[in-house]
Design a protein around this ligand. Structure first.
Ligand SMILES: [Zn+2]
Length: 277
């Protein structure tokens, strides 16, 4: 999956008031693009030393570390040799072969968007500040504290013996099928969310709900929580025709186009296909 970057180590422990060292990675985003450094055919995350005359007046915030290298988000573009650098659309990193670079790029964007969305207090409207001792934003007027927003979402592989239920979402490319998924609602357990989403989207009752794995998905700020569940195939499959436009049972060896293994959906479908569940 996209967050599995072994042997590289991603460490999100927050460190306050860290100085940027010459070797540290600099993440600068412009809209949905990231500034990267060209190195022949390869791409690199630029380090502080790659920018001539890096100005210490550029506002920055510590993000996380990759191995022992700190990653900093900066808010203004530093002076640079334009021939060496390029802005890359964030979706490019979904399939980028240097997985550790892909991962910090998309997580950094999630953190940046969280800072941008919380410049003002949602309660009293005052300008907020970064909390110096932890990854949080605080309102100096009313003390409201905001932590990074992560939205839990369930994703469920519905199985019946040699068959798996796959659905076509209205937002998917044509012929693309995947698992049923949806955000957990307030006051709801994960198991209740699984039952509700499956019923709403494809009209089935499921049983034997078993936890599989979870996956952070920074593109949408979600935490995908994967389950396998079983359903009686004599029940009618009824897509909601809003989110899901088509859903059907598929047997092993006959699966339609589906997501790749960078997502938990792809991994779960592959696991079914290989008869590992
Ligand atoms: Zn406030």
């Amino acid at each position: 999956m996209i967050h599995e970057i072994f042997p590289y180590r991603f460490n999100n422990q927050f460190v306050s008031a860290k100085e940027i060292r010459e070797e540290d990675f600099i993440l600068y985003y412009r809209e949905n693009t990231l500034l990267v450094k060209k190195n022949n055919e390869e791409l690199e995350i630029p380090r502080k030393k790659d920018f001539f005359g890096y100005s210490t007046s550029i506002k920055n915030v510590f993000l996380f570390t990759l191995d022992d290298v700190s990653c900093f988000l900066i808010w203004d573009c530093p002076e640079m040799d334009n021939d060496q650098f390029i802005f890359k659309e964030i979706n490019f990193f979904r399939t980028f072969k240097q997985k550790e670079i892909a991962w910090i790029s998309i997580v950094g964007l999630q953190v940046m968007n969280w800072y941008l969305q919380n410049r003002y207090c949602g309660k009293c409207g005052s300008a907020t500040k970064e909390k110096p001792d932890e990854r949080a934003i605080i309102c100096p007027n009313c003390n409201t504290t905001v932590f990074p927003k992560i939205s839990p979402a369930i994703i469920v592989a519905i199985i019946n013996n040699n068959k798996i239920l796959l659905a076509h979402n209205a937002n998917f490319p044509e012929s693309w099928h995947s698992l049923v998924a949806g955000y957990v609602d307030i006051g709801e357990s994960l198991e209740e969310a699984v039952k509700r989403e499956v019923k709403e989207e494809v009209g089935l009752d499921v049983k034997n709900i078993r936890y599989y794995k979870s996956q952070p998905w920074p593109f949408s700020g979600s935490m995908m929580i994967g389950f396998f569940a079983e359903a009686d195939d004599r029940q009618p499959v009824c897509p909601d025709n809003i989110e899901i436009t088509e859903a059907a049972w598929y047997t092993r060896g006959n699966l339609p186009n589906h997501p790749p293994g960078i997502s938990i959906a792809g991994e779960m479908i592959d696991k079914f296909e290989r008869e590992e569940i």
